[in-house]
Each structure stands twice: as structure tokens, then as C-alpha cells.
Design a protein around this ligand. Structure first.
Ligand code: HEC
Length: 167
């Protein structure tokens, strides 16, 4: 078998690489059509701020206490926090980080059967992940890192901020 053939066979066997890392496209209109439901200093990244948005499908289900359905899209705008000349993150008089440049746009989207290719530990129900530059270009990041960190949150549909969406 050719080298490419072997790589293909291996990826099909592990299942993981068989997932389509390009199936989520940049949600072009999120700023005008999604709800900005929460902004916060990122809890696991000390020099970032995140602004969270959800489309109507997601918001309506969350408010009704239902499982977020296929077609739900969530966006996290990741901002760098402003730093002083020594590279230390500045805090406002409120004790909060101050927003600097938009660094990336993280997306979660739910699709029919999208989770079936993933083994336990990487599976997030039928959610999958993507990350883009601020101008909408797909960034080459290891999406398994996203999947791994969100996967344990089965009780909250693999979301950290579900309760904030459901207000
Ligand atoms: C080490 C853990 C970790 C990793 C890795 C991670 N996230 Fe998250 N994610 C979080 C946390 C914590 C939040 C809550 C907001 C915050 O503090 O950033 C979150 C929130 C989100 C949200 C808003 C919905 C929710 O769950 O509240 C999206 C969308 C998101 N992440 C996408 C991604 C994408 C895309 C990647 C990979 C490029 C990724 N995440 C990697 C921890 C992680």
C-alpha cells in the first residue's frame, strides 16, 4: 500500500482523523444575528478575555431548559488582555482585564451525527469545534484539545456557560 494509503487506513481505524475538521464554516453574521450572552475574563487563560454569542436556536432551547438541537451555533470571541511594558496583564479599577485586540474566533456547532466518529474522551455529544482568525480564516489548531477539555462536561451539554445562556 502507498504511504498515503496507510495514513488513510490508520485514520479510518482510529476514527478520530475521519472527522471532518472543516465542516464548520465561519459564522459570518454572528455579530448582527446572535445574542451576546456573556463577557468575561477567561477562567483557564490568564491573559485573555472572551465574549460569548449564541444563535436563536441555541438560546431558545437553553431558555426552555431543553437540549440544544442540531443547528445550534456558539461563538467565543477571544481577545488578548492589555499588558503593561513588563508584559504583565493590566487590571482596571474594577479588577477586570482590559480588552486589547481580537485574537481569534472559536466556534462550537451541533450537527446530526457529528459525534459518532469520536471515541469517549473526545466526544461532545454531537457538538464539534472550529477556530478562525478575526477575519474568518480557518486556523490550523489541534481541535482534539478543544474536544478533550469540553468532553467531561456531560451534565451541561459539554458547555461551560450553559446557565448564562438560559437566563
Ligand atoms: C483547557 C480547557 C479548554 C480548551 C482546550 C478549550 N476550551 Fe472552550 N471553553 C473553556 C472554558 C473554561 C470556557 C468558558 C469561558 C472561558 O473562560 O473561556 C469555554 C467556552 C467555550 C465556548 C462557549 C460555550 C461554552 O462551552 O461555554 C466555545 C464556543 C468554545 N469554548 C470553543 C472552544 C474551541 C473552538 C476550542 C479549541 C480551539 C476550545 N474551546 C478549547 C475551556 C476550554
Amino acid at each position: 500500500m502507498s504511504k498515503a494509503g496507510w495514513i488513510l487506513a490508520l485514520s479510518l481505524m482510529t476514527g478520530v482523523a475521519a472527522a471532518d475538521d472543516a465542516r464548520i464554516s465561519f459564522p459570518l453574521d454572528y455579530k448582527s444575528t446572535f445574542t451576546n450572552y456573556l463577557n468575561l475574563d477567561r477562567v483557564q487563560n490568564e491573559d485573555q478575555i472572551i465574549h460569548l454569542f449564541a444563535n436563536d436556536i441555541a438560546i431558545e432551547a437553553a431558555q426552555a431548559g431543553k437540549e440544544l438541537p442540531t443547528g445550534s451555533v456558539l461563538v467565543g470571541e477571544i481577545y488578548a488582555a492589555r499588558k503593561d511594558e513588563n508584559g504583565k496583564v493590566q487590571k482596571s479599577s474594577l479588577g477586570l482585564r482590559i480588552r486589547d485586540k481580537l485574537a481569534a474566533v472559536a466556534v462550537m456547532q451541533k450537527g446530526e451525527g457529528w459525534g459518532t466518529a469520536f471515541p469517549e474522551g473526545l466526544r461532545n455529544g454531537d457538538w464539534d469545534f472550529a477556530i478562525f482568525s478575526p477575519d474568518g480564516k480557518r486556523l490550523e489548531k489541534d481541535l482534539n484539545a478543544c474536544r478533550q477539555c469540553h468532553a467531561p462536561l456531560a451534565d451541561t451539554q459539554h458547555l461551560f456557560s450553559l446557565e448564562h445562556m438560559a437566563r
